[in-house]
Design a protein around this ligand. Structure first.
Ligand code: CP
Length: 320
Protein backbone atom coordinates (compact mmCIF):
# COMPACT_ATOMS: atom_id res chain seq x y z
CA UNK A 1 0.00 0.00 0.00
CA UNK A 2 1.19 3.53 -0.66
CA UNK A 3 -1.09 5.05 1.98
CA UNK A 4 -2.26 4.20 5.50
CA UNK A 5 -5.97 4.96 5.34
CA UNK A 6 -7.37 2.31 7.67
CA UNK A 7 -6.71 -0.92 9.54
CA UNK A 8 -9.31 -2.44 7.23
CA UNK A 9 -6.77 -2.31 4.37
CA UNK A 10 -4.11 -4.21 6.33
CA UNK A 11 -3.54 -7.95 6.64
CA UNK A 12 -2.59 -9.43 9.99
CA UNK A 13 1.05 -9.84 8.94
CA UNK A 14 1.21 -6.18 7.90
CA UNK A 15 -0.10 -5.08 11.31
CA UNK A 16 2.51 -7.26 13.01
CA UNK A 17 5.20 -5.88 10.70
CA UNK A 18 4.37 -2.29 11.72
CA UNK A 19 4.33 -3.24 15.42
CA UNK A 20 7.69 -4.97 15.07
CA UNK A 21 9.15 -2.00 13.17
CA UNK A 22 8.06 0.33 15.98
CA UNK A 23 10.15 -1.53 18.57
CA UNK A 24 13.40 0.10 17.38
CA UNK A 25 11.77 3.51 17.82
CA UNK A 26 10.50 2.65 21.31
CA UNK A 27 14.14 1.91 22.19
CA UNK A 28 15.42 5.12 20.54
CA UNK A 29 12.78 7.24 22.26
CA UNK A 30 13.94 5.94 25.65
CA UNK A 31 17.48 7.22 25.06
CA UNK A 32 18.61 10.70 26.00
CA UNK A 33 19.40 11.58 22.37
CA UNK A 34 16.38 10.65 20.29
CA UNK A 35 17.47 11.16 16.72
CA UNK A 36 17.73 9.27 13.46
CA UNK A 37 18.52 10.55 9.97
CA UNK A 38 16.26 7.99 8.29
CA UNK A 39 14.00 10.65 6.77
CA UNK A 40 16.57 13.45 6.39
CA UNK A 41 15.70 15.80 3.53
CA UNK A 42 12.04 14.73 3.40
CA UNK A 43 9.14 17.12 4.00
CA UNK A 44 6.11 15.96 5.97
CA UNK A 45 2.92 18.03 6.14
CA UNK A 46 0.51 17.48 9.02
CA UNK A 47 -2.83 18.88 7.80
CA UNK A 48 -5.28 18.93 10.69
CA UNK A 49 -8.85 20.00 9.99
CA UNK A 50 -9.93 18.94 13.51
CA UNK A 51 -8.42 19.61 16.92
CA UNK A 52 -5.80 17.28 18.32
CA UNK A 53 -3.24 17.12 21.09
CA UNK A 54 -1.79 13.59 21.05
CA UNK A 55 -1.97 12.74 17.35
CA UNK A 56 -0.68 16.04 16.00
CA UNK A 57 2.14 16.37 18.51
CA UNK A 58 3.24 12.76 18.19
CA UNK A 59 3.28 12.91 14.38
CA UNK A 60 5.32 16.13 14.61
CA UNK A 61 7.74 14.65 17.13
CA UNK A 62 7.94 11.41 15.11
CA UNK A 63 8.86 13.22 11.90
CA UNK A 64 11.44 15.39 13.65
CA UNK A 65 13.06 12.45 15.45
CA UNK A 66 13.44 10.80 12.04
CA UNK A 67 15.23 13.89 10.70
CA UNK A 68 12.45 15.11 8.38
CA UNK A 69 11.29 18.69 7.94
CA UNK A 70 7.81 18.84 9.48
CA UNK A 71 5.21 21.50 8.78
CA UNK A 72 1.83 21.73 10.50
CA UNK A 73 -1.24 23.15 8.77
CA UNK A 74 -4.06 24.01 11.16
CA UNK A 75 -7.29 24.40 9.21
CA UNK A 76 -8.50 27.15 11.54
CA UNK A 77 -5.61 29.38 10.42
CA UNK A 78 -5.63 28.30 6.75
CA UNK A 79 -7.42 29.31 3.55
CA UNK A 80 -10.00 26.61 4.32
CA UNK A 81 -11.61 29.43 6.32
CA UNK A 82 -11.79 31.46 3.08
CA UNK A 83 -13.81 28.78 1.32
CA UNK A 84 -11.04 26.68 -0.26
CA UNK A 85 -12.23 23.18 -1.00
CA UNK A 86 -10.60 20.04 0.36
CA UNK A 87 -9.54 19.04 -3.14
CA UNK A 88 -7.89 22.43 -3.80
CA UNK A 89 -6.11 22.22 -0.45
CA UNK A 90 -4.84 18.75 -1.41
CA UNK A 91 -3.64 19.96 -4.82
CA UNK A 92 -1.87 22.88 -3.11
CA UNK A 93 -0.07 20.61 -0.61
CA UNK A 94 0.91 18.29 -3.46
CA UNK A 95 2.40 21.17 -5.48
CA UNK A 96 4.72 21.87 -2.55
CA UNK A 97 6.19 18.39 -3.10
CA UNK A 98 5.49 16.93 0.29
CA UNK A 99 6.96 13.45 0.82
CA UNK A 100 4.14 12.40 3.15
CA UNK A 101 0.88 14.06 4.17
CA UNK A 102 -0.81 13.29 7.49
CA UNK A 103 -4.48 14.24 7.56
CA UNK A 104 -7.11 14.56 10.25
CA UNK A 105 -10.56 15.53 8.98
CA UNK A 106 -14.08 15.55 10.37
CA UNK A 107 -15.58 13.76 7.37
CA UNK A 108 -15.37 10.00 6.95
CA UNK A 109 -13.45 9.18 3.78
CA UNK A 110 -11.80 12.62 3.45
CA UNK A 111 -8.32 11.13 3.76
CA UNK A 112 -9.05 8.72 0.91
CA UNK A 113 -10.24 11.62 -1.23
CA UNK A 114 -6.98 13.47 -0.64
CA UNK A 115 -4.91 10.33 -1.25
CA UNK A 116 -6.44 10.15 -4.73
CA UNK A 117 -5.23 13.70 -5.52
CA UNK A 118 -1.63 13.63 -4.31
CA UNK A 119 1.57 11.86 -5.36
CA UNK A 120 2.93 11.00 -1.91
CA UNK A 121 1.81 8.63 0.86
CA UNK A 122 -1.18 9.83 2.91
CA UNK A 123 -1.57 8.79 6.54
CA UNK A 124 -5.01 8.94 8.13
CA UNK A 125 -4.78 10.68 11.51
CA UNK A 126 -8.52 10.25 12.08
CA UNK A 127 -11.32 10.77 9.54
CA UNK A 128 -14.82 11.38 10.85
CA UNK A 129 -16.40 8.24 12.25
CA UNK A 130 -14.43 5.99 9.91
CA UNK A 131 -10.90 5.06 11.08
CA UNK A 132 -7.97 6.17 13.21
CA UNK A 133 -5.44 3.49 12.22
CA UNK A 134 -2.36 4.77 14.05
CA UNK A 135 -4.40 4.91 17.27
CA UNK A 136 -5.26 1.21 16.95
CA UNK A 137 -1.64 0.35 16.16
CA UNK A 138 -0.32 2.29 19.16
CA UNK A 139 -2.95 0.68 21.37
CA UNK A 140 -1.81 -2.76 20.21
CA UNK A 141 1.83 -1.86 20.87
CA UNK A 142 1.02 -0.53 24.35
CA UNK A 143 -0.90 -3.70 25.17
CA UNK A 144 1.92 -5.86 23.84
CA UNK A 145 4.42 -4.08 26.11
CA UNK A 146 2.13 -4.25 29.16
CA UNK A 147 1.64 -7.99 28.70
CA UNK A 148 5.37 -8.53 28.21
CA UNK A 149 6.08 -6.63 31.43
CA UNK A 150 3.91 -9.21 33.18
CA UNK A 151 5.95 -12.02 31.65
CA UNK A 152 3.20 -13.02 29.23
CA UNK A 153 3.97 -13.79 25.59
CA UNK A 154 2.23 -11.13 23.59
CA UNK A 155 3.06 -11.50 19.92
CA UNK A 156 -0.64 -11.53 19.31
CA UNK A 157 -3.73 -11.32 21.51
CA UNK A 158 -5.24 -14.77 21.04
CA UNK A 159 -7.40 -15.66 24.04
CA UNK A 160 -7.70 -12.10 25.34
CA UNK A 161 -11.13 -10.59 26.00
CA UNK A 162 -11.13 -6.84 25.38
CA UNK A 163 -14.06 -4.57 26.22
CA UNK A 164 -14.41 -1.29 24.34
CA UNK A 165 -16.97 0.82 26.19
CA UNK A 166 -18.31 4.25 25.29
CA UNK A 167 -19.71 6.13 22.33
CA UNK A 168 -19.14 3.34 19.80
CA UNK A 169 -21.47 4.95 17.24
CA UNK A 170 -19.27 7.99 16.69
CA UNK A 171 -15.90 6.39 17.36
CA UNK A 172 -13.27 5.87 14.67
CA UNK A 173 -11.05 4.57 17.48
CA UNK A 174 -13.55 1.79 18.22
CA UNK A 175 -13.76 0.77 14.56
CA UNK A 176 -9.99 0.70 14.02
CA UNK A 177 -9.44 -1.13 17.29
CA UNK A 178 -12.14 -3.69 16.56
CA UNK A 179 -10.45 -4.51 13.25
CA UNK A 180 -6.93 -4.51 14.69
CA UNK A 181 -7.63 -6.48 17.87
CA UNK A 182 -9.66 -9.09 16.01
CA UNK A 183 -6.90 -9.45 13.40
CA UNK A 184 -4.53 -10.15 16.30
CA UNK A 185 -6.79 -12.85 17.74
CA UNK A 186 -8.66 -11.06 20.55
CA UNK A 187 -12.34 -11.38 21.37
CA UNK A 188 -13.81 -7.88 21.30
CA UNK A 189 -16.85 -6.88 23.34
CA UNK A 190 -18.43 -3.54 22.43
CA UNK A 191 -20.49 -1.86 25.14
CA UNK A 192 -22.62 1.30 24.84
CA UNK A 193 -26.09 2.64 25.54
CA UNK A 194 -28.42 1.41 22.75
CA UNK A 195 -28.50 4.87 21.11
CA UNK A 196 -24.70 4.92 20.82
CA UNK A 197 -24.23 1.44 19.33
CA UNK A 198 -24.13 1.23 15.51
CA UNK A 199 -26.80 -1.11 14.14
CA UNK A 200 -25.43 -4.24 12.50
CA UNK A 201 -22.06 -4.04 14.26
CA UNK A 202 -22.48 -7.73 15.23
CA UNK A 203 -21.76 -8.41 11.56
CA UNK A 204 -18.18 -7.30 12.20
CA UNK A 205 -17.77 -10.14 14.69
CA UNK A 206 -18.08 -8.08 17.87
CA UNK A 207 -20.01 -9.21 20.94
CA UNK A 208 -22.51 -6.45 21.76
CA UNK A 209 -23.38 -5.43 25.32
CA UNK A 210 -25.49 -2.69 26.87
CA UNK A 211 -24.76 -3.79 30.45
CA UNK A 212 -21.21 -2.71 31.34
CA UNK A 213 -20.88 -5.03 34.35
CA UNK A 214 -21.79 -8.03 32.18
CA UNK A 215 -19.30 -6.89 29.51
CA UNK A 216 -16.53 -6.53 32.09
CA UNK A 217 -17.02 -10.02 33.52
CA UNK A 218 -13.80 -11.94 32.83
CA UNK A 219 -12.34 -9.14 30.69
CA UNK A 220 -8.56 -8.77 30.33
CA UNK A 221 -8.72 -5.20 29.11
CA UNK A 222 -11.20 -2.33 29.52
CA UNK A 223 -10.75 0.32 26.83
CA UNK A 224 -12.80 3.38 27.70
CA UNK A 225 -14.03 5.98 25.18
CA UNK A 226 -15.49 9.40 25.81
CA UNK A 227 -18.94 10.62 24.71
CA UNK A 228 -18.34 12.51 21.45
CA UNK A 229 -21.03 15.12 22.04
CA UNK A 230 -19.60 17.23 19.18
CA UNK A 231 -20.74 14.52 16.75
CA UNK A 232 -24.15 13.87 18.28
CA UNK A 233 -27.32 14.92 16.52
CA UNK A 234 -30.39 14.21 18.57
CA UNK A 235 -29.49 10.80 20.00
CA UNK A 236 -31.08 10.15 23.36
CA UNK A 237 -28.23 9.76 25.80
CA UNK A 238 -28.14 9.75 29.58
CA UNK A 239 -26.86 12.79 31.49
CA UNK A 240 -23.16 12.74 32.41
CA UNK A 241 -24.12 11.68 35.94
CA UNK A 242 -26.38 8.89 34.74
CA UNK A 243 -23.82 7.81 32.13
CA UNK A 244 -21.17 7.56 34.81
CA UNK A 245 -23.52 5.45 36.94
CA UNK A 246 -24.21 3.02 34.09
CA UNK A 247 -21.01 3.07 32.03
CA UNK A 248 -18.30 4.81 34.04
CA UNK A 249 -15.24 2.76 34.96
CA UNK A 250 -15.03 3.01 38.73
CA UNK A 251 -12.62 1.17 41.00
CA UNK A 252 -15.46 -0.93 42.40
CA UNK A 253 -16.53 -1.94 38.90
CA UNK A 254 -12.98 -2.73 37.80
CA UNK A 255 -12.48 -4.94 40.86
CA UNK A 256 -15.39 -7.10 39.68
CA UNK A 257 -13.75 -7.74 36.29
CA UNK A 258 -10.46 -9.61 36.89
CA UNK A 259 -7.72 -8.99 39.44
CA UNK A 260 -5.35 -7.84 36.69
CA UNK A 261 -7.64 -6.22 34.11
CA UNK A 262 -5.75 -3.52 32.23
CA UNK A 263 -7.26 -0.08 31.66
CA UNK A 264 -6.85 1.87 28.41
CA UNK A 265 -8.16 5.18 27.06
CA UNK A 266 -7.11 6.89 23.80
CA UNK A 267 -7.66 10.34 25.29
CA UNK A 268 -8.84 12.96 25.69
CA UNK A 269 -10.43 11.70 28.93
CA UNK A 270 -13.46 13.13 30.66
CA UNK A 271 -12.59 12.18 34.22
CA UNK A 272 -15.63 11.45 36.36
CA UNK A 273 -17.76 10.62 33.30
CA UNK A 274 -16.46 7.52 31.45
CA UNK A 275 -13.55 6.92 33.81
CA UNK A 276 -12.73 7.80 37.41
CA UNK A 277 -9.41 9.39 38.29
CA UNK A 278 -8.54 6.66 40.75
CA UNK A 279 -8.78 4.14 37.87
CA UNK A 280 -7.12 6.28 35.20
CA UNK A 281 -4.16 6.89 37.50
CA UNK A 282 -3.76 3.30 38.82
CA UNK A 283 -0.07 2.58 38.39
CA UNK A 284 -0.36 -1.21 38.10
CA UNK A 285 -3.46 -1.33 35.86
CA UNK A 286 -3.74 1.82 33.74
CA UNK A 287 -1.57 1.94 30.60
CA UNK A 288 -2.94 5.28 29.37
CA UNK A 289 0.37 7.15 29.47
CA UNK A 290 2.09 4.18 27.87
CA UNK A 291 -0.38 4.47 24.99
CA UNK A 292 0.82 8.04 24.48
CA UNK A 293 4.47 6.93 24.60
CA UNK A 294 3.82 4.24 21.99
CA UNK A 295 2.06 6.78 19.79
CA UNK A 296 5.35 8.43 18.90
CA UNK A 297 7.06 5.11 18.09
CA UNK A 298 4.15 3.86 15.96
CA UNK A 299 4.03 7.11 14.01
CA UNK A 300 7.78 6.92 13.44
CA UNK A 301 7.34 3.37 12.13
CA UNK A 302 4.48 4.38 9.81
CA UNK A 303 6.34 7.41 8.41
CA UNK A 304 9.52 5.38 7.93
CA UNK A 305 7.83 2.39 6.32
CA UNK A 306 5.49 4.34 4.02
CA UNK A 307 8.31 6.51 2.63
CA UNK A 308 10.61 3.55 1.99
CA UNK A 309 9.59 3.02 -1.60
CA UNK A 310 10.27 6.68 -2.47
CA UNK A 311 13.63 6.48 -0.66
CA UNK A 312 14.58 3.29 -2.48
CA UNK A 313 14.66 1.33 0.80
CA UNK A 314 13.25 -2.19 0.80
CA UNK A 315 10.71 -3.27 3.38
CA UNK A 316 7.06 -2.36 3.15
CA UNK A 317 6.64 -3.25 -0.51
CA UNK A 318 7.87 -6.76 0.30
CA UNK A 319 5.20 -7.41 2.91
CA UNK A 320 2.32 -5.17 1.80
N1 CP B 1 -6.47 9.89 20.79
C1 CP B 1 -6.44 10.99 20.02
O1 CP B 1 -6.60 10.93 18.80
O2 CP B 1 -6.19 12.15 20.70
P1 CP B 1 -6.14 13.61 20.04
O3 CP B 1 -7.54 13.92 19.57
O4 CP B 1 -5.66 14.51 21.14
O5 CP B 1 -5.19 13.55 18.88
Amino acid sequence: HRDLLGIGQLERHEILFLLDEAEQWVALNRQRTKHSDALAGLTIINAFFENSTRTLLSFEIAGKRLGADVVNMHAAQSSVKKGETLIDTAITLNAMRADAIVIRHGSSGATGLIADKVDCPVLNAGDGQHEHPTQALLDALALRHALRDRGETADDFTGLVIVICGDILHSRVARSNLLCLQALGATVRLCAPPALMPSGIEGMGAEVFHDFDAALHGADVAMMLRLQTERMSGQFIPSAREYHHLYGLTKARLEKAKSDTLVMHPGPMNRGVEIDSEVADMIDRSIITRQVEMGVAIRMACLDVLTRRARGVEGWGDVA
